[in-house]
Design a protein around this ligand. Structure first.
Ligand code: DOR
Length: 448
């Protein structure tokens, strides 16, 4: 008898739009051929998934992979390896590389580099600033672009659009979603002189990079977005005050929070981790973290990401504030968030919304959808009962560390599948990568 299917995932708890069902998934030609009581003899291969939960392929919508320009910290290949090992099926990579990603040529260069060893699907942000603002409408639909990124406050790299005039220039050109790093450069420059001064204390990081600087930047960019009726996505919100404000502005702005900000808090994180906890915007006190969880619970937050931002331990060891900001995280994002699910901080349904459904809807992703017949066989398979210890030793990132080293968590990814290809199984990568560019509705020509 000839087999009808390439693969059957048998007996998993399958996360479908109608709820979790314990069933088999049949896969053919990279797509879901059906869900149901298929006999395993109908397929060339079967993977037993009893006791495992099969989620639609999860996406990390904010990573920094450092290629080109700082490949001693990360390459596209090592970053994507980390993603696959962490149960992530697609990544959106940031433009503060060197050179900055400001033109269609720079996007095409990243696409070519990524295609050489694509462990997961990939897309890239185009940086927006005064140098390229007038070209953005022409540039923004270059294949591979997931959106435009604006840094209102200086962070790693030279990308900056600090003034209202610069932000207006970006938001008034084009239609795609604009992701915003909202820290007010002018307030921070002043605070650096008056508050940080000559201090080398990393625990000052969240004080001079103040809640006021975040709130002011967020208010300014929301006002400009309203003026131009342009959708914005405000990245890594860290403050109670911004959440209260953004709750009233969901019509124009979507909202991201990071796993780090949901998990670590000041001042303890600086006492235990020093500059390994240094990132922008900073990790803040517990009452801010509580407000982020409240915003997860009440629907204000649309996405959770890692903001994977690797630096070497040697770089991180420089005296503050010379130590660079950012932590690796693409491989630990899902274990950390599944641990929060197991601790009752959010439901698995909400996590799938934050890392799958909302990214697809908000970015207009074309080739992804829920677990249903006809959709791509992209899955993040997790064992909700597995307990393990997060370890720097198994991080595939070139930076070779994680701020969560030694933390015991419950709920782990055990398989990453992309279009029917097993790219990670029980912590091992497959021989062949299977990633492709993520497609977006704006840039896909409808089939005739
Ligand atoms: O902490 C951060 N590091 N925040 C950013 O916005 C950039 C990132 C990086 O690229 O290192």
């Amino acid at each position: 008898m000839s087999e009808t299917f390439d693969l059957i995932l048998s007996g998993g708890h399958v996360f479908t739009p109608a709820g979790i069902q314990t069933t088999n998934i049949a896969i053919k030609d990279g797509k879901i051929a059906g869900l149901g009581d298929f006999d395993t003899s109908q397929a060339k291969r079967t993977i037993l998934c009893a006791g495992l939960t099969i989620l639609p392929g999860l996406i990390d919508t904010q990573v920094h992979f450092r290629e080109p320009g700082a490949t001693h910290k990360e390459t596209l290949a090592t970053g994507m390896k980390s993603a696959a090992l962490g149960g992530i099926t697609a990544v959106f990579e940031m433009p503060n590389t060197n050179p900055l990603t400001l033109t269609p040529d720079a996007i095409a260069d990243k696409m070519t580099r990524a295609a050489k060893e694509p462990w997961v699907d990939y897309a890239f942000y185009l940086g927006g600033c005064k140098e390229n603002a007038q070209h953005l409408a022409a540039y923004e639909n270059t294949p591979g672009i997931c959106g435009i990124k604006v840094f209102m406050g200086a962070s790693t790299g030279d990308l900056l659009a600090a003034s209202d005039e610069e932000i207006e220039a970006v938001l008034s050109n084009g239609k795609r979603i604009v992701a915003i790093h909202a820290e007010d450069e002018f307030i921070m420059q002043e605070n650096k002189k008056t508050i940080l001064g000559d201090s080398h204390d990393v625990a000052m990081h969240n004080i001079w990079r103040s809640p006021e600087s975040c709130l002011n930047a967020t208010k300014r960019v929301v006002a400009i977005a309203q003026k131009y009726n342009r959708r914005i996505h405000i990245l890594h919100i860290t403050t109670l005050e911004e959440m209260a404000f953004l709750r009233q502005h969901k019509d124009i702005a979507t909202v991201e929070v990071l796993a780090n900000h949901l998990t670590l808090h000041a001042p303890e994180c600086y006492e235990t981790l020093g500059s390994l906890a240094q990132q922008n915007p900073p990790i803040r006190e517990k009452h801010h973290q509580d407000a982020l969880w409240q915003a997860i619970a009440d629907g204000t937050v649309d996405m959770v990401a890692s903001d994977h931002a690797p630096h070497t331990l040697e770089e991180k060891g420089k005296p503050y504030p010379l130590s660079p900001s950012g932590t690796p995280g693409v491989q630990t994002l899902l274990p950390i968030m599944l641990n929060h699910v197991n601790q009752g901080k959010l439901s698995l349904e909400r996590l799938v919304e934050l890392m799958h459904t909302n990214p697809i809807r908000i970015h207009g992703i074309n080739n992804r959808g829920p677990i249903a017949t006809g959709n791509n066989a992209d899955f993040t398979v997790v064992d909700m009962n597995k307990t393990d210890i997060i370890s720097s030793a198994v991080q595939a990132t070139k930076s070779e560390w994680t701020p969560f080293d030694g933390m015991q968590t419950k709920g782990w990814p055990v398989m990453t599948m992309i279009r029917g290809h097993v790219v990670m199984y029980e912590g091992e990568l497959s021989k062949e990568p299977a990633g492709q560019p993520v497609l977006f509705n704006e840039t896909v020509t409808p089939a005739n």
